[in-house]
Design a protein around this ligand. Structure first.
Ligand code: SF4
Ligand code: SF4
Length: 232
């Protein structure tokens, strides 16, 4: 059983005060100007040619695995610029690993092959996902997101990603442009806005190279695909 990681009750009032102060500071014209300057610096530090070449190769690759690995490479190049301005690389921070990480079956298959982790392929389970997807359509991701809000990822061990080299593309491009993780922390009944760079150039292309075939495109949270974590 994964225990939700909300800001503890005894620290909540102080935390809420700091969040309110931060929101008043950053969601203003001056705050937006600072974020825009950071975003510009991140884009300037990104090897845009490398991103573009990797995306082109992803779209030309005949095999699904190769397409996804090229998008992964594009995501890593995209992240290089973000790492120069984000607080996320200073180590020890993993609050963002306690939220839904929705990945496709195609990406889950790669993760399973690379790590040896048990991938849930049970037909009844797959039917349940397919049924939920057809019933809920757009709500499916929202329902999954709510279910896993503040719930640590199955691969998070001692505050670190235990499959770091193989982590999903969504994890590779997830950064905040704020100065620390204050707004990344989970508060019961409240959702924070977190300033970040638009990751559509990576995630949109990922969706496009996967397409709509359910053998590749079925998607759910990483904890659903890998209920046993790294265990076989
Ligand atoms: S996005 Fe937030 S929680 Fe995740 S590593 Fe960066 S600062 Fe930490
Ligand atoms: S796969 Fe790794 S980086 Fe991604 S949410 Fe899980 S622990 Fe965090």
């Amino acid at each position: 059983m994964l225990t939700p990681r909300y800001v503890p009750d005894e620290a909540l009032q102080d935390h809420l005060t700091r969040v309110a102060q931060r929101n008043a500071e950053i969601f203003t014209p001056e705050g937006y100007a600072i974020f825009q300057a950071k975003a510009d610096r991140a884009i300037a530090a990104t090897d845009k040619n490398a991103v573009s070449v990797a995306l082109q190769r992803a779209h030309k690759a005949p095999a699904m695995r190769a397409r996804i690995l090229w998008i992964r490479k594009a995501g890593d190049h995209f992240a290089e610029g973000l790492k120069t301005v984000a607080p996320c690389t200073s180590g020890g921070c993993s609050d963002c690993c306690s939220q839904a990480v929705i990945i496709s079956r195609a990406e889950a298959e790669i993760l399973a092959a690379e790590t040896g982790a048990y991938l849930e392929r049970n037909p009844a389970y797959i039917a349940r996902i397919a049924d939920a997807m057809s019933r809920h359509h757009r709500n499916f991701d929202r329902d999954t997101a709510e279910k896993y809000t503040a719930v640590p990822c199955i691969f998070l061990k001692a505050g670190r990603c235990s499959i770091y080299e193989h982590r999903p593309i969504a994890c590779r491009v997830h950064f905040t442009l704020d100065r620390d993780n204050l707004l990344c922390r989970f508060i019961k009944g409240q959702t924070n806005r977190i300033p970040g760079l638009d990751i559509e150039p990576i995630m949109g292309n990922l969706a496009r190279v996967i397409g709509t075939d359910s053998n590749a495109a079925d998607h759910t949270d990483i904890r659903d695909w890998f209920p046993k974590g790294l265990n076989k």
